[in-house]
Design a protein around this ligand. Structure first.
Ligand code: NDP
Ligand code: GDP
Length: 352
């Protein structure tokens, strides 16, 4: 039985602080925690496009249900003030420059935000709220040039991008804060996870958006890079549940979260185009400019530890995920032409 620790200890509903609340995982994690009665606080960095930044929370109908605090992960003074003010029971550090491809163009920024940013947050928690439970968003990209066919918590790391190297630093600092200061700090080594809220630059969403545009006559082709790479893709909603489960354990630890199924980009194209009744080979073109300086050829996780210790298992299949993403992109493009933005709620109503 999982211990819902803050409630069990204090008798009150817990408070969570999420960095990266405006991203894919932050939005779904907010939804998950709100459904369980948490007070949810999040970090919002100043942007000239603040309206657009809140799009994912708006899609889920959550903008008015979370408390947002201005700040940037690289600003220790702001992080300290926020942790001090919120006094969270659980801190989820999801903020990052999260796009591998961009990390070769912005290696220093990626190191500063994705690597040092995690330490900024660990420091803020250690100083202002040391009893809070801490989650670090580690990544299967840390396995990079894989050293074992199926990757577990014990597989040696071999990062292949500035992003992966920065995540590895953050990962080991989380382990070090746990071991040095006795903090309840856990690291989730999450394999790729997708959803209708995935950033448009990531390959699954780029594909489902392309499918929708081609289906609706808004585009004729889709340009992609390496079609042979394989990823172990899951649904983001399943994966945020695993984050929460990690923080409910009495003892902090590191867990691989994956589906255990790996699929090539070409096969995902076949799934997504096929769902819309299209033959992907008629529309997908390869473009050498989309290849990367170094590639992670295959990722294939073994989530046995999460299954055994957390009782976690993915619920969505890749087929269901692709279908949901194509449907959402079709709805977005249709709505853009009618100037009414859909939400998760309006889509549910339309399906009913
Ligand atoms: P997103 O790219 O969707 O979200 C990233 C979030 O970080 C956004 O809220 C973004 O804010 C915020 N952010 C970026 N830079 C800063 C900064 N300097 N200060 C404050 N906030 C900042 O990522 P995901 O939701 O997909 O992923 C969540 C975390 O999990 C990330 O750390 C990612 O690297 C990691 N991860 C993701 C995987 C996946 O498959 N999705 C797999 C493994 C790990 P803004 O909206 O303002 O840009
Ligand atoms: P990543 O695993 O975090 O790098 O997630 P991505 O979705 O960005 O990329 C997954 C894989 O898809 C990588 O091996 C990419 O090289 C490959 N890929 C092929 N074409 C594209 C493309 O056009 N965009 C992106 N983002 N990835 C592509």
């Amino acid at each position: 039985m999982v211990l819902w620790f803050a409630e069990a200890v204090t008798g009150t509903m817990p408070t969570a602080l999420i960095t990266g609340i405006t991203g894919q995982d932050g939005a779904y994690l907010s939804q998950f925690l709100l459904e369980r009665g948490y007070a949810v606080h999040g970090l919002l960095r100043r942007s000239a496009s603040a309206d657009v930044i809140l799009e994912r929370l708006r899609w889920l109908g959550l903008v008015d249900r979370v408390t947002l605090h201005d700040g940037d992960l690289t600003d220790l003074s702001a992080m300290l003030r926020i942790v001090q003010a919120v006094q969270p029971d659980e801190v989820y550090n999801l903020a990052a420059q999260s796009f591998v491809h961009a990390s070769w163009q912005q290696p220093l920024l990626t190191g500063t935000v994705t690597g040092l940013g995690a330490v900024t947050m660990l420091e803020a928690v250690r100083i202002a709220r040391p009893q809070a439970r801490f989650y670090q968003a580690s990544s299967s990209e840390m396995f990079g040039k894989i050293q074992q066919e199926r990757q577990t918590e014990r597989t040696p790391f071999y990062p292949r991008s500035p992003y992966a190297a920065a995540k590895l630093y953050a990962h080991w600092m989380t382990v070090n804060y746990r071991e040095s200061f006795g903090m309840h700090a856990s690291s989730g080594i999450l394999f790729n996870h997708e959803s209708p809220l995935r950033g448009i630059e990531f390959v699954t969403r780029k594909i489902t958006d392309g499918v929708a545009r081609i289906r609706l006559g808004l585009a004729r082709e889709l340009k992609l890079g390496n079609l042979e790479a394989k990823r172990d893709w899951g649904h983001a909603q399943d994966f945020v549940r695993a984050m929460w489960l990690m923080l409910q354990q009495e003892v902090p630890d590191d867990y691989v979260i994956a589906t255990g199924r790996t699929t090539s980009i070409a096969d995902f194209c076949a799934l997504a185009f096929g769902y819309a009744g299209l033959n992907w080979q008629e529309f997908v073109r390869t473009d050498a400019s989309l290849l990367r300086p170094a590639e992670v050829d295959v990722l294939h996780g073994d989530p046995s530890k999460a299954r055994d210790r957390l009782g976690w298992a993915p619920s969505a299949t890749l087929e269901e995920l692709a279908a949901e993403m194509v449907e959402a992109d079709l709805a977005r493009h249709r709505a853009r032409s009618s100037l009414v933005m859909p939400t998760a709620e309006s889509m549910r109503a339309a399906r009913a």
